[in-house]
Design a binder for this molecule. Structure first.
Ligand code: SRM
Ligand code: SF4
Length: 561
């Protein structure tokens, strides 16, 4: 601009001095003005564009896509984690499912992807071998997304671990950060006698599309935030449709089975919100995949203009739905889908209370049972994993299922083998009929490994449940969920009683404490619970929960208690 002004000043002066004739000066004048106009236009355009202030993580992603570290893994393994770039180490590795744990530096967590929570004994055995070599550091957790995380992993072993996983058709790609997370589906898909739809094939297909056959997919590696997808195939809402960014729930339209579509459910420190219907029904076929891609595309492409990439606390899909309203969101998705979307079926088929699948159950297939084993707070040692693999092979058909309650199911146990199966020593630890409070216990990782955690969760959760199970007679299960911080990975808002870790002052000291939630409902009347108490010191919790169980959940003290 300054340059243009100088030129114009010279021309103007020259005009006065009559060095140039009038016409020339007029032409130059016009050129100047048009240049000036175009510059002003540009300034106006820039000014009218939303001013986007990318958050720190968005900036790091813009510098280098998270998935790019896939090609650098060998190099990282060679130089060691201490020499790695901090952003690659703490952030981008999560695109490979590799989580640096500041609590246990050098011992990484590896989060897999297990679509629909179904795996086979060969896969379980490989996972067991991976953690076995780390001795006491090595263990696995079944997660609240029907998935498995491995602990104790060393960076230098990762290239070899990834080859082993690939050899048995497993991957950990894009299982953390701003990616589509583990795809959840009915844990008894294909064996449920009441099943409406077997979710497995559709979820596997979706998994392959989203991850590019497990190799990583740049099309979905830079979402504004994490994205949770679930497909329900039964009647009991086994997948917590209400807390997924995108959920498909079975519904008939003109006697054709398909899914009503819900979007925007999520839990976080700032906001907990149930998914909302968008008045869309899709048949139970590849349209589910097409629609998922359309929604992911709309979410990703509008992330910048709609402010989702500015503030991480306002970046989940629901914020886009809030900004646009459901009608516009639906219209934009339809445009991307490229065909008129059918309106939602008048009712869905979620009609049952949520089951926990523990114990022995008849299968759809004559002569077979599936057996649900309770894995206390989802944690398994390498030996237990080998044993699970063996049991699945010897008594079943080598299949293993995981549940969002952090338990596992072994299907296809023929009736003639059932008795022997039930006598297996592992079932003394992984019981098929645990006491009512222990039975429905869910817990997030907590401060043993997670640096967000404000409290220890898993051990404390088990201790409290076991002690109260000893003291109280409770006729029905009571679902208790623990989570170590407000991020809510342990889904405390879906529980009958939920605990969120916090800190409180007691006797002049800062102590581990919890906020208490109640009223979460699951199944066909799913509803999020709400907070009833704040900052209760963990040491003071037992009598409070004992009273709550007696007053609100029909518990009665056992004799001598
Ligand atoms: Fe989670 C972050 C563990 C399910 C909401 N979650 C984390 C991190 C990765 C934080 C970190 O880097 O340390 C935790 C890793 C700890 C560790 O070492 O294990 C972590 N989340 C888990 C798991 C393992 C809990 C469990 O013990 O089962 C679950 C893994 C699921 C999986 O297999 O992919 C897990 N997290 C959830 C769920 C439940 C769900 O998906 O149904 C939620 C709430 C639902 C949701 O996302 O809407 C959840 N996790 C979060 C959040 C808050 C998200 C937000 O929008 O603010 C964070 C923090 C973040 O993303 O910034 C988080
Ligand atoms: Fe960690 Fe908090 Fe999630 Fe628990 S809820 S795993 S403490 S981030």
């Amino acid at each position: 601009m300054r340059f243009l002004h100088i030129i114009y000043a010279i021309i103007a002066k020259s005009e006065v001095l009559c060095i140039f004739n009038y016409k020339l000066s007029l032409i130059l004048n016009l050129i100047y003005k048009s240049l000036l106009t175009s510059v002003i236009d540009k300034i106006m355009v820039v000014a009218s564009e939303p001013k986007v202030k990318l958050n720190k993580i968005e900036k790091a992603k813009a510098d280098k896509d998270g998935l790019a570290v896939k090609d650098e893994l060998e190099y990282f393994a060679k130089i060691g984690w201490e020499a790695m770039d901090k952003t690659d180490l703490e952030m981008r590795l999560k695109w490979l499912g590799v989580f640096f744990r500041p609590v246990t530096p050098g011992k990484f967590m590896l989060r897999l992807r297990i679509a629909n929570g179904t795996l086979n004994s060969a896969q379980m055995r490989v996972l067991a071998e991976i953690v076995q070599r780390y001795g006491d550091d090595g263990s696995a957790d079944i997660t609240t997304r029907q998935n498995i995380q491995l602990r104790g992993i060393r960076l230098e072993d990762l290239p070899d671990i990834f080859s082993k996983l690939k050899a048995v058709g497993m991957t950990s790609i894009q299982s953390g950060m701003d990616n589509v997370r583990n795809l959840t589906g009915s844990p008894i898909a294909g064996i449920d006698p009441d099943e409406l739809f077997d979710t497995r094939e559709l979820l596997q297909k979706l998994e392959r599309v989203i991850t590019n056959q497990g190799e990583g997919n740049y099309a979905f590696s830079n979402l504004p935030r994490k994205f949770n997808i679930a497909i329900e195939g039964g009647r009991d809402n086994s997948i917590h449709a209400e807390i997924n960014d995108l959920a498909f729930v079975p519904a008939y339209r003109d006697d054709v089975l398909g899914f009503n579509v819900l979007v925007g459910g999520y839990l976080s420190a700032q906001r907990q919100v149930e998914a909302v219907p968008i008045n869309v029904w899709v048949p139970a076929n590849d349209d589910v995949i097409k629609l998922s891609i359309a929604i992911l595309t709309v979410y990703t492409q509008n992330g910048l203009t709609e402010g989702l990439r500015e503030n991480r606390q306002r970046a989940r899909l629901m914020w886009l739905v809030d900004t646009w309203g459901v009608e516009r969101f639906r219209a934009e998705v339809q445009e991307e889908f490229g065909q008129t979307l059918a309106t939602a079926a008048l009712k869905d088929e979620i009609t049952q209370d949520k089951k926990d699948y523990l114990g022995v159950h008849p299968q759809k297939q004559q002569g077979y049972k599936f057996v649900g084993l309770h894995v206390p707070v989802g944690r398994l040692s390498a030996d237990q994993m080998f044993e699970v693999a063996r049991l699945a092979e010897v008594y079943g058909q080598g299949e293993i299922r995981l549940t969002v309650e952090q338990n596992l199911i072994i299907p296809y146990i023929s009736e003639d083998k059932l008795e022997a199966f039930l006598a297996e020593p592992l079932l003394e630890v992984f019981s098929i009929n645990p006491a009512p409070l222990t039975r429905s216990l869910v817990s997030c990782t907590g401060n043993n490994y997670c640096n967000f955690a404000l409290i220890e969760t898993k051990q404390r959760a088990l201790k409290l449940a076991r002690e109260l199970d000893e003291e109280l007679e409770i006729s029905d299960r009571v679902r208790i969920h623990w989570t170590g911080c407000p991020n809510s990975c342990g889904q405390p808002q879906v529980a009958d009683i939920g605990f969120i870790g916090t800190k409180a002052r007691k006797d002049g000291k800062t102590v581990e404490a919890v906020d208490i939630y109640t009223g979460g409902k699951v199944g066909h009347e799913a509803e999020l619970g709400s907070r009833i108490e704040k900052g209760v010191a963990c040491d003071d919790l037992k009598p409070i929960i004992r009273d709550l169980l007696i007053q609100k959940f029909g518990a009665r003290p056992k004799q001598n208690h």
